[in-house]
Design a protein. Structure first.
Length: 799
């Protein structure tokens, strides 16, 4: 078979040599615009898994690469005058030049024809080829030519970066952060041979423009970077070797993915490979790895076909290439997603983390930036560093109040304090103080409607349900949405606080929780608005009542389920006054009932949420239009409730931080919403999302709403509650430790297991947690069972 690779980068060269090795009868040519052994770029990094993969296919190449590797294990952060080091991260790096030289030499040895110094303008130049591989890099001419078929999705990212090198040698993958009068710059630095390190400098576009870097040529840009990082370079120079770049040497990363990876041009198939078909941001340094793995996969597909059929003929190629795309697309997507998170972290860190977080927590946030590395992964990598961090975290918490922006000066810890020599307290089990309330840990039982009240009055069901969860180890048990009037209920089974009898029924539960547990109990007040008068959850959620319903009100007339729900009518000012009065009266009753915490429900499309979202608020008066107007009524309610609720007790506000619908609330607006509630006196924002419109298209996944909490906490400077698919202690520890939230609300796992927190503590081996006295005999048994499981897992993984 005659194969032509357009572009002699890692993808084209590796595929060429593997195919020639597979069958010396193949006629394989690589056409490259550069001269032989002439390339640019600094070090590239790989994982051990990629090398293992390559070794299976070509021992010689893998051996030669390995002989030239620089290994390093540690990550170092140089930030605000601190240098923090953590180990166990295991990278290998090699100079791009060296890598290409090895691949070129191996191609030559195997008999691949290498044509250098030849610019390919079109695949038409190779009419005799059976297969053309377009391995022509990020700016692929071939991808552009067949864009209608490949349908590339190219996203240009906002940060600017410049690839530089230095002769200063770094013994760890080093991240350096420097602040200027216009903002933060960061450098990603790693050694890749005996005398050189890669030094990539990156900053947001606005910082780059503010420094006039758009007007500087490569030389002046280098001088700027040398000056900026002088403290770290200690006299070493920075160098560029990107002679191909004219004008500014600063680039924007382009994330590329293609819907289709190959095309039949009428003569032969043309297949994309490497950067031509996908790119991965250097934040996790995997572009070369992906290129090599593409080449290996396509070679593997050829071999599998040849093994099965004796040989591969041109007619086999369409099926073979389809399989190549199918297999690779999954791995590539996974890696691109991780790279995306890491890339975004570097794009926002200047605004969101650099000024907000202490160096220790900043390091934790940096290490977990791709969100693929959790608290327990960090323990596996460097247990000593993690323990030190846990001690730092709980000590800071004890002395400065949990690190949230609104901590009182002297929080009273409900948890047993760490003693010298005792194991550190995991972040999940550190106390959290707000106003006069100290939560013993960071776990909240998220509010969950139970549809089991009678005429709005809670009873034995709620006593058992909430009582069990209060005994289960969570610090705060939130009641379900409790409605401010009979016509503010979601269903006839929803509870209220609109009568004194309802207050007394709640007081019985609150007293029980206080008398028998050390958990706090919170009230969530809400009005269902247009989502009211529906069936009990399990009898048809959101379906309108067929009888016994009531008229609905909301910001503007709407049907929550188009064509199905009852229409709501727009509230008049008189309606607002009544609702305001109801909320205030309920807040007083909540205080009288003895609740420790009050949450105002402004999420999920209910009444207050219907004012905030532009999807449901179409008013033309001072309560509609810009966000400031849409927030007016919810803020009026907040202010009235805050005034009625005791000063010394905390208030949180639950919001939908993302409507997941075009034209709806987005995370940047959620930050503005949080700022408005913060200014009004809210202590925390409970960051939920969605349920505002049936058009929503949420992206689910583990901890899927935590990014909203992270953004709100660190941009609006208010403590937050993260919620949504937080289902393991490892999740809670990772979120709290990284400063992505102050509390984690856990809903469905608490339906499955009221003692979720106690169970998770035992699962991770944290034994310094108090169990309810009558349950204590179960504690050592559960802990021993989990201990055995952990030992077994360790034994299995070390086999
Ligand atoms: C200049 C450069 C420097 C880099 N430096 C680093 C680094 O230091 N660290 C890191 O981790 N990653 C680096 N990367 C990214 C990483 O190397 C890529 O993800 C990886 O190289 C992808 O391999 P590839 O073979 O798909 O594409 P490339 O390595 O881009 O190779 C494509 C090749 O095709 C050639 N070519 C393109 N068009 C034509 C044409 N029309 N005719 C003939 N030849 C053509 C190019 O000259 C190039 O040699 C760099 C990329 C580039 C282009
Ligand atoms: C049965 C059930 C009832 C819920 N009722 C409420 C509620 O009354 N108020 C509220 O704000 N959220 C309510 N939610 C949403 C949860 O509080 C939580 O935000 C959501 O379930 C995501 O968390 P999870 O992934 O841990 O379940 C409810 C969720 C469930 C499963």
């Amino acid at each position: 078979m005659r194969i032509v690779c357009i572009g002699g980068g890692p993808a084209g060269l590796t595929f060429a040599l593997l195919m020639k090795k597979l069958d010396p009868g193949h006629d394989v040519t690589v056409v490259e615009r550069n001269r032989p052994y002439d390339t640019f770029g600094w070090g590239v990094v790989f994982s051990d898994a990629t090398m293992e993969n390559l070794r299976r296919w070509d021992e010689e190449t893998a051996g030669a690469i390995e002989a030239s590797f620089s290994h390093w294990d540690d990550i170092v952060l140089e930030f605000k005058g601190h240098a923090i080091r953590s180990g166990g991260h295991g990278f290998v790096g090699i100079g791009r030049k060296r890598l290409l030289n090895i691949l070129q030499a191996r191609c030559e040895a195997l008999g691949v024809e290498l044509l250098f110094d030849r610019e390919v303008r079109s695949d038409d130049e190779f009419p005799d080829a059976d297969l053309i591989v377009a391995s022509d890099g990020i700016n692929s001419t071939i991808r552009a030519k067949y864009a209608d078929t490949f349908r590339p999705d190219i996203v240009t990212r906002p940060n600017r970066f410049i690839w530089l090198g230095t002769k200063k040698l770094y013994d760890a993958f080093t991240f350096v952060f420097e602040k200027t009068e216009h903002g933060w710059f960061q450098a990603h630095v790693y050694k890749f041979d005996a005398e050189t390190s890669t030094f990539i400098v990156e900053c947001p576009e606005h910082v780059w423009l503010a420094h006039g870097l758009d007007k500087l040529d490569a030389e002046a840009s280098i001088a700027f970077c040398e000056h900026l990082f002088a403290r770290h370079l200690q006299g070493a120079r920075l160098m560029s070797n990107a002679r191909h770049l004219r004008g500014s040497a600063w680039l924007n990363f382009q994330r590329i993915r293609c819907e289709r990876w190959w095309v039949d041009n009428g003569r032969q198939p043309v297949v994309l490979m490497g950067d031509a078909v996908h790119t991965a941001h250097f934040a996790i340094g995997s572009g070369t790895k992906l290129a090599l793995e593409d080449a290996i996969e396509l070679a593997r597909d050829f071999k599998a076909r040849a093994d099965a059929e004796g040989e591969v003929s041109p007619s086999d190629l369409p099926a073979l290439l389809a399989r190549y795309q199918e297999t690779r697309a999954i791995d590539v997507l996974r890696l691109q997603n991780a790279a995306w998170n890491a890339m975004e972290w570097f794009e926002v860190c200047g605004e969101r983390y650099c000024d907000q977080l202490d160096p220790e927590q900043f390091m934790y946030s940096l290490l977990t930036r791709s969100q693929r590395i959790s608290h327990e992964n960090l323990r596996l990598r460097d247990a000593g560093w993690l323990e030190g961090y846990e001690r730092w975290f709980s000590k800071r918490d004890a002395s400065a109040g949990a690190g949230s922006p609104r901590q009182p000066e002297h929080p009273r810890g409900g948890q047993r304090r760490e003693e010298r020599g005792s194991p550190p307290v995991p972040p999940m089990f550190t106390p959290f103080a707000v106003r006069s309330v100290t939560l013993k840990n960071r776990v909240v039982v998220s509010p969950m409607a139970q549809y089991s009240a009678v005429d709005g009055t809670v009873g034995d069901y709620h006593l058992v349900h909430l009582g069990a969860r209060a005994m289960g180890g969570a610090a705060l048990v939130m009641c379900e949405m409790t409605c401010t009037s009979a016509d503010g209920r979601i269903t006839p089974g929803c509870p209220g606080l609109y009568t004194d009898a309802q207050r007394d029924a709640w007081a019985r539960i609150v007293d029980w929780v206080h008398d028998h547990t050390d958990a706090k109990i919170g009230m969530q007040l809400g009005h269902a608005g247009a989502k009211g008068a529906t069936h009990l959850g399990w009898e048809g959620i959101d379906q309108p009542l067929t009888s016994g319903g009531w008229p609905l009100i909301s910001a503007s007339p709407q049907q929550y389920l188009p064509g199905v729900s009852d229409w709501s009518r727009a509230m008049t000012r008189a309606d607002m006054d009544r609702v305001l009065h109801d909320f205030t009266a309920c807040a007083r009753r909540a205080a009288d009932a003895g609740f420790d915490w009050l949450e105002l429900h402004c999420a999920h499309g209910y009444l207050l949420s219907s004012f905030i979202s532009p999807l449901t608020n179409r008013r033309e008066d001072e309560y509609g239009g810009p966000l400031e107007n849409r927030l007016r009524f919810p803020l009026e309610v907040f202010a009235a409730v805050r005034a009625a609720w005791p000063e010394h007790l905390p208030m949180s506000v639950r919001i939908s931080a993302h409507d997941w619908v075009e034209g709806g609330i987005t995370p940047p607006e959620a930050v503005a919403i949080a700022r408005a509630f913060k200014a009004a006196g809210a202590d925390l924002i409970d960051c939920s999302s969605g349920q505002v419109s049936k058009e929503e298209k949420p992206t689910y996944g583990r901890m899927w709403q935590t990014p909203f909490s992270d953004r709100i906490r660190n941009e609006a400077g208010i403590a937050t509650i993260a919620v949504g698919a937080i289902s393991e202690a490892d999740h809670v520890n990772s979120i709290i430790a990284a400063g992505r939230a102050d509390l984690c609300a856990v809903a469905r796992p608490h339906l499955a297991n009221p003692a979720w927190t106690l169970t998770e503590a035992a699962r991770i081996g944290y034994t310094a947690i108090a169990w309810p006295a009558p349950y204590r005999s179960a504690k050592p048994q559960l802990e021993a069972n989990f201990q055995r499981e952990r030992a077994q897992r360790t034994q299995e993984s070390s086999k």
